[in-house]
Ligand binder design. Structure first.
Ligand SMILES: *[C@@H]1O[C@H](CO)[C@@H](O)[C@H](O)[C@H]1NC(C)=O
Ligand SMILES: *[C@@H]1O[C@H](CO)[C@@H](O)[C@H](O)[C@H]1NC(C)=O
Ligand SMILES: *[C@@H]1O[C@H](CO)[C@@H](O)[C@H](O)[C@H]1NC(C)=O
Ligand SMILES: *[C@@H]1O[C@H](CO)[C@@H](O)[C@H](O)[C@H]1NC(C)=O
Length: 515
């Protein structure tokens, strides 16, 4: 594995009889070992093989995503993307030979063949990897997880394996707890009111449509499709959606719908839960008439996120948009950078095929998910996958006149992903004006996020990255733990990105009609 761990002994070692490169980790004290994993239990591991030409994929993605390129919008075919990420035959051979020696036969879980999965008894996993799989308890969440403090990969396999998960990685799922209260919608109204009255009490789909100039007519062009993903057993209810429509979209006479697809055994029915209900009611409520699918993913850990992408990549027709309000602490991937890269490259594949991928930028201001009540963090806490450069990270705003930054909007700079060219000018300009403020608390050369923002609910449209079609937000900051937080400024800032969308201007921009 080409991972370098915070605490690692990257040496040729003989560990429990396995010769090769040993990786050893010391997890945070919150993870307490309970007992060796039962010999009768199994571990399911995902293996990532290096891509044939990942730089080629990145270049192709940027080319089709840049409105100034002749190839703008000419997305890649399934086969073209797979050709970039497929593993080299040598890698396939080396990994399969190694596993076969242990009578382990992997399942190919990605359409390009770059990811494999094995499900093997604990004693066999221990022998294969020179490991000691152990049950740990996360004292913060109470969750138990099976991990090992050490793995050894044979030298002739090492360079052919990008990651093997979950082994030594202690990465906990977190969701962005929405700043919303569940309410009973008001009685059905019969006509649309006008701004500002409709936004004066609550932010609802009708208000957002008006405020961001989104047409209320059905967006019924053929091929339109939208995917919302949910984790942690979240589910939206069709009945709640209908009630929400009666109140907030009296102009729509057809029954609002969404379909539910289960991945990794995700729940498909039940009474609606908050995050999923919010996500569905606002996407279906705003993207009028766009076929919407809720992907309910049963596994909230990193491999569940990857499974959803592989599930989508296997389809011939992809949704035009995938939006997700869940994420991780980027710092949890320290030592598992290769896993974060593969994870991020999975979104690059979706993007290259034409899916716009959106993630929330996180909560708790500059500390994001790394916020805790002790305020003992040594630096600001970036959010993953928001720090992946191949997707659009969305921050939060509040209020309407003026629209200002939501103080809890996650935002900042990656410690893992370098700043992509497409944001260099805007971010450099911000950093120059920021001066030396917060030096040492964030990584000046990292990918900056969020890219854009919206009223702090999930808000979906296709966004091209041009700034002229956005409402620049210049008031507010994202404080945390006594730190003032990054201030908003003219242009891009790490609180609200380039600003909030204006549908009419965006449409003009992408259709070349001039804004
Ligand atoms: C494996 O880990 C357990 C703790 O879960 C420990 O008691 C045991 O000694 C370890 N076994 C070896 C061979 O290191
Ligand atoms: C789309 O909806 C409009 C009504 O808003 C209708 O006039 C038009 O025929 C519809 N087009 C398709 C392709 O269904
Ligand atoms: C994220 O990381 C920080 C810093 O280690 C930690 O304090 C925080 O609890 C983590 N958050 C979650 C949700 O795991
Ligand atoms: C800062 O980010 C870059 C990637 O942009 C990374 O290579 C470097 O290690 C990071 N520095 C620290 C101190 O995390």
């Amino acid at each position: 594995m080409s991972q370098s761990f915070l605490v690692s002994l990257c040496i040729v070692a003989l560990s429990f009889g396995v010769h090769g490169r040993q990786t050893t980790v010391t997890p945070k004290p919150r993870f307490v070992p309970l007992r060796p994993a039962a010999a009768t239990s199994s571990v399911e591991l995902t293996l990532g093989l290096p891509a044939t030409n990942i730089e080629g994929l990145h270049a192709a993605l940027y080319d089709v995503s840049d409105p100034k390129s002749a190839n703008y919008g000419r997305h890649l075919s399934k086969a073209e993307v797979e050709a970039f990420v497929a593993p080299k035959p040598d890698s396939v051979q080396a990994v399969n030979d190694w596993l076969a020696q242990h009578d382990v036969h992997p399942e190919v879980i990605s359409p390009s063949g770059d990811m494999l999965r094995i499900n093997i008894p604990v004693p066999k996993a221990n022998a294969l990897l020179g490991a000691n799989f152990t049950v740990f308890k996360d004292q913060h969440s109470g969750t138990t997880l099976v991990r090992t403090l050490s793995v050894t990969i044979p030298d002739d396999v090492d360079s052919h394996l990008q990651f093997m998960y979950p082994t030594t990685q202690f990465i906990m799922p977190v969701n962005q707890s929405p700043r919303f209260e569940a309410v009973n919608p008001p009685k059905a109204s019969t006509r649309r009111q006008s701004l500002p009255s409709i936004c004066s009490v609550d932010v609802d789909p009708e208000c957002l449509e008006d405020f961001y100039h989104i047409p209320t007519a059905p967006a019924n062009a053929s091929g339109n499709s939208l995917a919302v993903s949910g984790y942690l057993n979240e589910i939206a209810s069709e009945d709640d959606l209908e009630i929400s429509f009666l109140a907030f979209r009296p102009d729509v006479t057809t029954t609002p719908e969404f379909s539910v697809v289960s991945v990794d055994g995700g729940v498909t029915s039940g009474s609606g839960t908050l995050e999923a209900s919010l996500d569905i009611q606002y996407t279906v409520g705003i993207a009028t008439g766009v076929p919407t699918t809720f992907y309910s993913v049963g596994n909230p850990f990193a491999d569940g996120f990857i499974d959803l992408v592989n599930f989508l990549l296997a389809q011939d027709e992809l949704p035009l948009v995938l939006t997700t309000s869940y994420g991780f602490n980027e710092s949890d991937f320290t030592g598992a950078e290769a896993l974060a890269e593969s994870f991020c490259n999975a979104y690059a594949q979706l993007g290259a095929r034409g899916t716009s991928v959106f993630f929330c930028s996180g909560d708790n201001g500059v500390y994001s998910f790394s916020f805790n009540s002790l305020c003992d963090a040594t630096d600001f806490g970036p959010t993953f996958p928001s720090t992946c450069p191949f997707l659009t990270s969305v921050g939060g705003t509040q209020g309407f006149s003026p629209e200002v930054a939501a103080s809890f909007s996650g935002g900042g700079f990656s410690n893992m992903f370098a700043r992509p060219d497409y944001q260099a000018a805007a971010v450099d300009s911000y950093l120059t004006r920021l001066g030396g403020q917060f030096a040492g608390l964030f990584n000046q050369s990292g990918r900056a996020f969020p890219d854009v923002s919206a009223q702090s609910v999930d808000f979906i449209t296709r966004i091209s990255g041009g700034s002229s079609a956005l409402n620049d937000i210049t008031s507010g900051s994202n404080p945390g733990c006594g730190a003032q937080g990054f201030p908003t400024m003219d242009g891009w800032d790490p609180v609200t990105g380039l600003g909030t969308p204006d549908y009419e201007k965006l449409l003009a921009l992408v259709t070349g009609l001039g804004a």
